[in-house]
Design a protein around this ligand. Structure first.
Ligand code: GUN
Ligand code: FE
Length: 432
């Protein structure tokens, strides 16, 4: 298809700052050019250098005083929870009973699911998120509704039907057999179609019997490149409950480990209260943790110790966890992540923050050969950020004298308003 070039300041990360240091982890082109064709990046560099050889038929789009970065990646979010975001007053277990389960019950209705999926995807794109790892509801049609629309827009998305066969209202329960069969059907229909991937999705240990977890483990290993997506060690009462329900297991992570649910492409949301041996097991097994700061603060769950997890070699991505999380914006996740780490005497460098929201999350999902930065060959999923989106951002970035300071202002003061345009597979899907 038509080759197109985008001209603006361009910033992306190219390596883990823990491995190469902050200064070598990113590339910045003050007057950059991003050349895109057939949904992929074909060239990235300085505009002055690349333009003469570009060829006269290539359309050049100039984005003005803006910053192009890779699209944001959300490593943990629930699409059936858009309608209950900002529900007052409870911590995890009561919040699930009071708000979440009744809200998810409505997804039995495919028309409701389609309308919510539409709203959800639009909201992701408005916030510059181009890939997400998504919980559906227990109903298989909820996943159909989501994937239909993600395919139509040619998005790279990962999702799955919730498995939940106990400790939930009966209208939201499946069985080990039906959960397995429904998941298989969805895998056959969607996994590998376009840019879609399937995730085997047991909600969390308390809502599955050992039989269901065993079936999930079996399924996870039956198809290549499937994901496993669940919750882990989010809340103190939850952890105690898991110990009561699984007295024969050696802690929360061991419940999943025992059933073959950890390893590459296993993503555990939260991991706020993990001990050293659990962190070590996650690290050596290649599993990932989704850091969800807005959710962990909103539900009062606790503070994630990023240094500890990374010290054990755990792949850490960034998640919003909407609807326990309070914003779709990964800029807002970074704002809260910065404060969560401040409370523990840890720093979040702005370039490290960008890495977390893009390439680091791509690594957590084992998709860093496809997304996460703008190297030639990668999917052309990118956003155009506006330093002047609000009077305050314009004022603050206008007096910033380094890229680091401007980037930090974007992550502290920015949200969906800072996302001027969102591109996926080279196509503009949202424009302010
Ligand atoms: N643990 C089990 N289910 C959920 C959920 O829907 N949201 C969060 N934040 N934690 C969970
Ligand atoms: Fe969650």
């Amino acid at each position: 298809s038509q080759r197109r070039a985008h001209r603006a300041a361009i910033l992306h990360t190219v390596a883990d700052p823990r491995e190469v240091g902050i200064e070598a982890c990113y590339q910045y082109f003050e007057d950059g050019l991003l050349v895109v064709e057939d949904g992929k990046v074909v060239q990235l560099g300085d505009a002055e250098e690349l333009l003469p050889a570009l060829g006269g038929d290539v359309e050049v789009v100039t984005h003005g005083d803006a910053l192009i970065t890779p699209g944001f990646i959300d490593t943990h979010i629930h699409y059936p929870q858009v309608g209950i975001i900002g529900s007052y007053g409870e911590q995890l277990l009561e919040w699930l009973e009071t708000y979440t389960f009744p809200g998810e019950a409505q997804f039995e209705d495919i028309d409701h699911a389609r309308a919510q999926a539409n709203l959800f995807i639009k909201e992701l794109l408005r916030n510059g998120t181009t890939t997400a790892l998504v919980f559906g509801s227990v109903h298989k049609q909820s996943v159909d509704a989501f994937f239909e629309q993600a395919l139509e827009l040619n998005l790279r998305m990962i999702a799955g039907k919730v498995l939940m066969d106990r400790n939930a209202p009966d209208y939201l329960r499946d069985t080990p057999e039906s959960g397995y069969a429904d998941s298989r059907e969805l895998i056959e229909r969607w996994h590998g179609k376009g840019r879609l991937h399937y995730a085997v999705t047991p909600r969390f240990a308390p809502t599955s019997t050992p039989e269901q977890l065993a079936a999930a483990g079996k399924l996870f290993n039956e198809y290549p490149d499937l994901y496993m997506h669940t919750h882990l060690s989010e809340n103190k009462a939850e952890i105690e409950w898991v110990k009561e329900l699984f007295p024969e297991r050696d802690g929360y992570l061991d419940v999943y480990d025992h059933h073959g649910l950890i390893g590459a492409r296993s993503v555990f949301a939260h991991g706020v209260h993990l001990c050293d041996s659990e962190c070590a097991r996650l690290g050596e097994s290649g599993s990932a943790v989704a850091f969800c700061p807005t959710s962990n603060l909103f539900l009062g769950s606790g503070l994630l110790d990023l240094e500890k997890l990374e010290g054990h070699g755990v792949r850490v991505g960034l998640g919003t966890d909407v609807g326990a999380g309070t914003s779709f914006s990964q800029l807002q996740s970074l704002n809260e992540a910065y404060k969560v780490l401040q409370l523990q005497g840890q720093k979040l460098d702005p370039f490290k923050a960008l890495y977390l929201a893009t390439l680091g999350s791509a690594r957590a999902l084992y998709l860093d050969d496809k997304i996460g930065n703008l190297q030639p060959g990668k999917d052309a999923d990118f956003v155009v950020l506006d330093y002047c989106a609000t009077p305050l951002l314009e004022h603050r970035t206008g007096r910033a004298d380094s890229l680091r300071e401007k980037l930090f202002a974007l992550m502290i003061l920015g949200d969906d308003r800072a996302v001027k345009e969102t591109f996926a597979a080279g196509e503009s899907l949202h424009r302010r």
